[in-house]
Design a protein around this ligand. Structure first.
Ligand code: TYM
Length: 329
């Protein structure tokens, strides 16, 4: 069985973009792959976090993973900071990465281009930690949204470099992005990614938004003045985004949607998409509440942490041996 791994940062509340671009794939593939899914809290602190909020967001993320359909019998679910080997391998890989390649990473580049101050050193080096997350478990595939693809490409480069220098150590992973929904856009600015950190709450649907509020956000989504419903992200980004959201959640193909909405107005598309989002969130949140009430999260996490730690320790030992760290017999 091939291995798949992915993680999400517990910063802010999860969005529909996180679900469509990432979580949906985790659930879809859990039967076919040895699956590792984690909460990337070491990544979260690359920007300042309020400890109380971080704790709440972490619990919510675990509950939402489960509510989305991840089955702890099939998936190893763990908390990154509980598997201390990640930070250790992260450091080792930081020493095998170059300033130039990290400077080319979009997130860092964007923040520096905007002239942001207070960028932490952790934010600069975090792709090395992400490489450690992936290489630790010999992942064949990494299901992510488009924005994370670049980091998986860098991981491949680091792994190849390491293997060339020390002999076969890491499996070379491949990013896996969904055909539809690899990038869901802001409802208010449909050329920008829907993001946890977006300032305008009307642009983002949180998975824990009141379903009625979410429906309203869809109804007030920015479209265009062309008055025709077709899938063309370049000329009609807003309409295409709604079609993507609809298709991802309903399973109906884009072609079928476009043909069904011929001659209809944007209001019709919004109404139907809003209804689908409403139903989706209502179901998800009802499962989320059951999971929180069940009190099962601790046990699931404890088991996942133990399994991940065992595998991580074995891998780290191998890496240390290759590096010439192992002295004691
Ligand atoms: P994060 O927490 O920013 O996002 C989690 C996942 O959600 C996807 N995503 C989206 N997909 C489609 N449309 C959107 N609008 C959208 N917004 C977010 C992201 O592509 C991602 O797949 N560095 C990672 C977390 C991480 C990780 C890893 C992932 C740490 N280590 C190892 C994979 C493997 C991050 O910040 O994702």
């Amino acid at each position: 069985m091939q291995t798949m791994l992915s993680g999400i940062k517990p910063t802010g509340r999860l969005t529909l973009g996180n679900y469509i671009g990432a979580i949906r794939q985790f659930v879809e593939y859990q039967d076919e792959y040895e699956m590792y899914i984690f909460i990337a809290n070491l990544h979260a602190i690359t920007v300042a976090q309020d400890p109380k909020e971080l704790k709440q967001n972490t619990k919510d993320l675990i509950a939402l993973y489960l509510a989305s359909g991840l089955d702890p019998e099939k998936v190893t679910l763990f908390l990154q900071s509980d598997v201390h080997q990640h930070a250790e391998l992260g450091w080792i890989l930081t020493c095998h990465s170059y300033m130039g390649e990290l400077q080319r990473m979009t997130q860092y580049k964007d923040k520096t281009a905007k002239g942001e101050t207070g960028i932490t050193a952790g934010l600069f080096t975090y792709p090395c930690l992400m490489a450690a997350d992936i290489l630790m478990y010999d992942a064949d595939y990494v299901p992510v949204g488009v924005d994370q693809k670049q980091h998986v490409e860098l991981t491949r480069d680091i792994a190849e470099r390491f293997n060339n220098r020390y002999g076969e150590t890491f499996r070379i992973p491949q990013p896996l992005t969904p055909k539809i929904g690899a990038k869901i856009y802001s409802l208010q600015n449909p050329t920008k990614k829907m993001s946890k950190s977006e300032e305008n709450p009307k642009g983002t649907i949180d998975l824990l938004d009141d379903p009625g509020v979410a429906r309203k956000k869809i109804m007030s989504a920015v479209t265009d003045s062309l008055s025709t419903i077709q899938y063309d992200p370049d000329t009609q980004p807003g309409v295409s985004n709604l079609l993507m959201i609809h298709s991802s959640l309903s399973g109906e193909s884009l072609e079928s949607l476009v043909s069904r909405f011929q001659g209809k107005g944007y209001g019709d598309l919004k109404k139907e998409t809003g209804g689908i989002v409403f139903d989706f969130l209502s179901d998800l949140q009802s499962r989320y509440r059951d999971i929180i009430a069940s009190g099962k999260i601790d046990e699931i996490l404890r088991e996942g942490n133990e399994k991940a730690s065992r595998i991580a320790e074995r891998k780290l030992r191998k890496v240390k041996k290759k590096l010439g760290f192992q002295i004691l017999k």
